[in-house]
Design a protein around this ligand. Structure first.
Ligand code: AMP
Ligand code: ZN
Length: 453
């Protein structure tokens, strides 16, 4: 029986899908104004594990991840500049160029981590009509009011506001640092913002209320309902989304459709650096590609994520990631050295299933894997490991599947040339440089081969 921790009820609950054998899953995705860092990626590793565990348990999963390319302001409280417009201005590019550039970089890192692509990446700017329709419906039902800068949701009209975060409206963060202005309650949030007079935004649309752009929260409600239905099974996101973004999603979806929008809300804890959080706006970040440039296999980062439950904070440090690099290397080497043998190992698989079904207990599942690997008498190890790797996604038995990045290839080609010229000093130097980048070069009869260390 699969149990998942539901933030709504603050407890582990048996997972019961709306439709037998099927799961609708929505994950809040990246705001594509800059590079996504390893902290952001932790949120997607968590969603990927959830998705893989559901598939392992026999569910057919329809997964949606949104791409926020408009409306996310520099302050979550409807103030400040649109992050996309700001970035476009700073880089002298169009907002579309910015969103596509950073989405491509994000997706590249996403795939390097063996994260499963969603059924659909849904872009906010491609769903303006759906968002406007939702706001119209909320207006008709009397949940909105208009100020000089936008159309707002009146949170005092939704009795359950604050239920997810278990906070009273007065204690919630929304609008904490700003005075109310024309807002009626500090938790009220923008559904539609007007373009400022005299300012020409790159991304703006006509609407019944005036030219402008959608607020950040409405995109998730509109796109989730479009692709997964008015009520769907599971919604994930980082824990920072609980008090504002998800509270707002619940308010607007419930009031618009008249039903409970999501049965299970699941939240991933943060990846912190000593004493604080890693965040794009603080600039203290590292990306998966940057790790790779330093010779760290992205899958070692994936392995690192399994060292704590998704609900526990993890601390990022050089020591911690190097520890994961070493353990992952060791694990993979042992697995690759195993010879295929006998029937699948059921005993360990039963234990493994118990761990993953207990709210995705990855540290526990990893302990089972290590136990199987170290058990000299166990049979069917290779088949057991292959099955478990459907969830781990660590390529434990895939030799040299990954292609070397361009800079490593270039070094290897240069080395090949030096060898051809019998410049062995240079050739050794290049071998070391390649090693620093996390690869070993081997010479075969048809030229060189590169393998990740
Ligand atoms: P953003 O691109 O800023 O909209 O964030 C994308 C996702 O990353 C959200 O689900 C956030 O909750 C999550 N997130 C942001 N920072 C971190 C962090 N340091 N650790 C874990 N998740 C994070
Ligand atoms: Zn969202």
């Amino acid at each position: 029986m699969l149990k998942l921790y539901n933030t709504l009820d603050r407890e582990k609950e048996e997972f019961r899908p709306i439709e037998k054998g099927k799961v609708g899953l929505y994950s809040c995705g990246p705001t594509v104004y800059w590079f996504a860092h390893v902290g952001n990626m932790r949120a997607y590793v968590f969603a990927d594990i959830l998705r893989r565990v559901l598939a392992y348990d026999g569910f057919e999963v329809k997964h949606i991840i949104n791409v926020t390319d408009v409306g996310h302001l520099t302050s979550d409280a409807d103030e400040g500049e649109d992050k996309m417009e700001k970035s476009a201005k700073e880089e002298g590019k169009t907002a579309k160029e910015i969103s596509h550039f950073y989405f491509d970089a994000f997706r590249k890192d996403f795939l390097k981590l063996n994260l499963t692509e969603p059924f659909k990446w849904t872009w906010a700017t491609e769903h303006i009509e759906e968002q406007v329709d939702m706001i119209k419906s909320l207006e008709k039902k009397g949940f909105v009011y208009t100020t000089s800068d936008g159309v707002y949701f009146d949170t005092s009209k939704f009795g359950d506001y604050g239920k997810l975060s278990r906070k009273r409206i007065e204690d919630l963060e929304g609008g904490k640092r700003i005075d109310l202005g024309e807002k009626k309650n500090k938790t009220d949030f923008a559904l539609w913002k007007f373009s400022k007079e005299g300012e020409k935004r790159q991304q703006e649309w006509e609407s019944p209320w005036g030219v402008g752009f959608p607020g950040w929260h409405i995109e998730c409600s509109a796109m989730a309902a479009k692709y997964l239905g008015e009520t769907f099974d599971i919604h994930t996101g980082g824990e920072d989304h609980i008090p504002v973004h998800h509270e707002n999603e619940i308010a607007q979806s419930t009031c618009c459709f008249g039903v409970k929008p999501v049965n299970y809300w699941m939240h991933g804890a943060f990846l912190n650096i000593k004493g604080g959080k890693m965040s794009k706006s603080l600039g203290n970040i590292e990306t998966v590609s940057e790790l790779e440039e330093r010779g760290i296999n992205p899958l070692a980062y994936r392995y690192f994520c399994f060292s704590a439950s998704y609900r526990k904070p993890l601390t990022w440090s050089e020591e911690a990631i190097q520890g994961a690099v070493n353990s992952y290397k060791k694990l993979r080497n042992v697995c690759l050295a195993l010879k295929s043998d006998g029937k699948i190992n059921e005993k360990y698989l039963v234990e493994f299933r118990e761990r993953i079904d207990d709210d995705l207990d990855m540290p526990g599942a990893m302990a089972v894997l290590w136990k199987l690997v170290r058990d000299e008498d166990a049979e069917g190890k290779v088949k057991g490991i292959r099955k478990m790797d459907e969830v781990f996604g660590l390529d434990l038995l895939e030799k040299g599947k990954v292609e070397a990045p361009g800079d490593v290839l270039k070094l290897a080609e240069e080395r090949e040339k030096a060898r051809g010229e019998k410049d062995f000093g240079r050739s050794d130097e290049l071998r070391d440089l390649i090693k620093v980048k996390g690869w070993v070069v081997r010479d075969g009869k048809d030229g060189f081969e590169l393998e990740r260390i």
